[in-house]
Design a protein around this ligand. Structure first.
Ligand code: NAI
Ligand code: ISE
Length: 339
């Protein structure tokens, strides 16, 4: 069966997902698209060669009888309403992060899905599909370094645009770590502290950069993460898990080690798209196959909700300069972990 897909939001990542779904991955075809900028959507449909129907509203894509499933890649503030509309229509939806821009909004999605009685929502936390993170998780699950005690991590971007301001280091960037550490450690968070230290002169006026986030999990694991989005030197994702008998680290992306000109070293990527390009492919191929089986296999609405609750706690902790508790309701049976 070919899964017929509607895309809502044809900006940077919407275009990339549309191309990979239509041309690269197996079992899917993009049949309808929408963007609030209809001219841009039309141009994309033609220029990309996808030649999907361009519909004049998000709801028209959701309602289209030949659309089996949706990809929501619009701006974050539009996600909640669009995902709720997909649930109402009974259609599976892959929503880019964040699931919603508030925890309350994400909770409304969880409640609507539970009410509908069927899991339909997957959130675009693609790091769970990255070969490096998967190898690290397999190492931890095998007990190779014993129980995890500490995590030292970093999320470094070379630069961010002027529109990236305020708490986006948390809501746009650190949100990936929030999700991936829960999955990696099979745990949830109980407290958070955010520390603003010396600011780099390379950050623009609206941004305090870098920051450090300290999370504590239910099992007492302490996680420190540096978020440094004007670091200049590269897109650099680090994760080192200290266990009782050793340290397990996220593998570096492949790069040819060089000895040349009296120096030795290897390259660092500059673009997050290149760092995670394979994981987007694996993520969406898995989504296509699970959707055809009528399942949600990846990060679900509950994961999206927990990420939003945690992000809000981080923002409050940053504002108050306090160590704050993270209060999560019990995971509903509807979202019980598989396996
Ligand atoms: P973008 O700004 O390039 O594209 C967003 C598009 O959505 C624009 O074309 C805009 O016109 C359209 N749009 C806005 N509101 C809309 C609405 N109500 N209905 C239809 N279209 C609407 O942004 P980008 O980078 O593509 O990000 C989109 C989403 O994907 C964001 O939530 C972002 O956080 C997420 N993202 C996820 C990444 C990941 O690694 N998983 C990487 C980059 C973005
Ligand atoms: C961007 O929106 C993403 O989602 C990337 O994966 C992340 O690394 C980057 O920091 C964000 O700005």
């Amino acid at each position: 069966m070919t899964l017929r897909i509607g895309i809502i939001g044809c900006g940077g990542i919407g275009q990339e997902h549309a191309r990979r779904l239509h041309f690269k991955l197996a079992g899917a075809q993009v049949v309808a698209i929408n963007d609030i900028n209809l001219a841009a959507a039309t141009q994309f449909s033609e220029m990309s060669g996808i030649k999907a129907r361009v519909l004049d509203s998000d709801q028209a894509v959701i309602d289209a009888p030949d659309v089996d499933a949706l990809v929501v890649a619009s701006w974050g503030p539009a996600h909640e309403e669009q995902v709720l509309a997909c649930i109402k229509a009974g259609k599976p939806v892959f929503c880019e992060k964040p699931l919603a821009v508030t925890a309350e909004g994400a909770r409304r999605i969880v409640d609507a899905e539970v009410q509908a009685g069927k899991k339909l929502v997957q959130v675009g936390f693609m790091r769970r599909y990255d070969a490096g993170y998967r190898a690290l998780k397999a190492t931890l699950d095998a007990g190779t370094v014993g129980d995890a005690l500490l995590v030292h991590a970093a999320h470094r971007n070379p630069a961010v645009p002027e529109m990236y301001v305020g708490d986006m280091s948390i809501t746009d960037t650190f949100i990936h770590e929030i999700d991936v550490f829960r999955w990696l450690l099979d745990d949830d968070y109980v407290s958070v502290q955010v520390i603003e230290g010396r600011k780099t002169r390379n950050a623009h006026a609206g941004l305090h950069d870098p920051i450090t986030v300290l999370l504590e999990t239910r099992q007492g694991i302490r996680i420190d993460t540096e978020i440094y989005v004007a670091c200049r030197f590269g897109y650099d994702i680090q994760c080192h898990v200290v266990g009782e008998t050793g340290v397990a680290s996220l593998p570096e992306p492949m790069s040819v080690p060089l000895r040349s000109n009296a120096r030795q070293g290897s390259g660092i990527l500059m673009d997050w798209k290149l760092r995670f390009i394979d994981s987007y492919d694996v993520e969406l191929q898995d989504w296509i196959e699970a959707t055809v089986r009528g399942e949600v296999n990846g990060p679900d609405a509950w994961d999206g909700y927990v990420a939003s609750v945690t992000a809000e706690a981080c923002i409050e902790a940053r504002k108050t300069k306090q160590i704050l508790p993270i209060a999560l309701p019990e995971r509903p049976a509807f979202y019980a972990r598989q396996g």
